[in-house]
Design a protein around this ligand. Structure first.
Ligand code: ZN
Length: 240
């Protein structure tokens, strides 16, 4: 159980740390679907199952391209299977990273780690993957692209860069908001994940909430304001 909790701690720290230069080079002008490798045939792509992708890492990108809804608007966001494991170390299921160039946000990459394929007790079916990417990780994209409450994504990013917002506080707060959003989407019937994954999401939510409340008590200035805004958003999360 504790191990699975770690799965959920996808990290946004890299976003704040990797922004001084164009550390990722892909040209980021097309949508996720345009990045999909050309499959040998549509028929083949549509037939790849989770079980096959678990056994054969070379099929995982094609599997993800199949599972992620083509109608979903992943503007400026690429979904990549992290074949080398460079971006999803330890037990990270997936990580969302911003790409900036000369201080401007250019887009996002959601890296999906091998752990997500190697954890059949947690990620049991296609719908679990859809939730992980379309709901949870994409929520991080929205957090940066559209901001949280009165704070724009740029303000949040700049505050973290300038140490007005500790990275640990930012991460816990954003994970809390994403978990809260996800659980609400599930309860609305928009995502159908397995009961164990749902239980893990609820536990992660409680853990993040507890930590954020602790941070709130010892924060001041921008950090305090940011936490207050995040907590406010949990209540009226019909969001954007
Ligand atoms: Zn997350």
């Amino acid at each position: 159980m504790a191990k699975s909790m770690n799965y959920l701690a996808s990290s946004l720290v890299a976003f704040a740390l990797s922004t001084a230069s164009c550390s990722f080079k892909p040209t980021f002008t097309t949508t996720m679907t345009s990045f999909a490798p050309a499959p040998s045939s549509t028929l083949l792509t549509n037939k790849i199952t989770l079980e096959q992708a678990r056994k054969n890492p070379s099929l995982r990108q094609v599997y993800l391209d199949k599972v992620i809804s083509p109608s979903k608007s992943f503007k400026d966001c690429e979904i990549q299977y992290d074949l080398s494991g460079e971006h999803t170390k330890d037990e990270t299921l997936a990580v969302t990273r911003g790409i900036t160039c000369e201080g401007k946000l250019k887009g996002f990459i959601i890296f999906v780690g091998k752990t997500s394929f190697d954890s059949p007790e947690l990620i049991q079916k296609d719908e679990d993957f859809k939730y992980l990417i379309e709901c949870h990780e994409y929520r991080h994209v929205i957090q940066y692209a559209q901001g949280i409450g009165k704070f724009s994504g740029e303000e949040i990013y700049n505050a973290a860069r300038d140490s007005k917002l500790e990275l640990s506080v930012m991460n816990e707060s954003l994970e809390l908001e994403a978990a809260n959003y996800g659980i609400k989407q599930i309860s609305k019937g928009n995502f159908n994940i397995n009961p164990y994954y749902l239980e893990c999401q609820k536990r992660a939510h409680s853990k993040h909430l507890k930590k954020v409340m602790q941070f709130a008590n010892k924060s001041s200035g921008f950090q305090k304001e940011f936490i207050t805004e995040v907590l406010k958003q949990l209540k009226n999360q019909s969001i954007k």
